[in-house]
Design a protein. Structure first.
Length: 91
């Protein structure tokens, strides 16, 4: 597959596709766990915070769209910064 480092579909996964209403023929599993999650409200995706404070991203398809790879890679500097800040808070 061309650009397989950017895109693959794991159609044998028991959860595939893991988002209701997603297009199974164009579903990218590369970022099964979204790296944008750590950005909280600045992730750029469609999410809600639940009453328990957890972020629910089940309505977001950014990491699963064919163009999601570029979107996520463009945010890596922010992701690294956010992870560094979390690490500093834990000290």
């Amino acid at each position: 597959m061309e650009d397989s480092y950017r895109y693959f579909s794991n159609k044998s996964c028991q959860y595939f596709p893991c988002h209701k209403g997603a297009d199974a023929d164009n579903f990218n599993c590369m970022f099964c766990y979204c790296p944008l999650y750590v950005l909280g409200e600045n992730c750029g995706g469609k999410f809600v915070y639940l009453s328990n404070g957890c972020k629910d991203c089940s309505a977001c398809l950014i990491p699963h769209r064919p163009d999601g790879y570029d979107k996520i890679i463009s945010k890596y500097e922010e992701i690294i910064h956010a992870m560094h800040c979390l690490e500093e808070r834990e000290k």
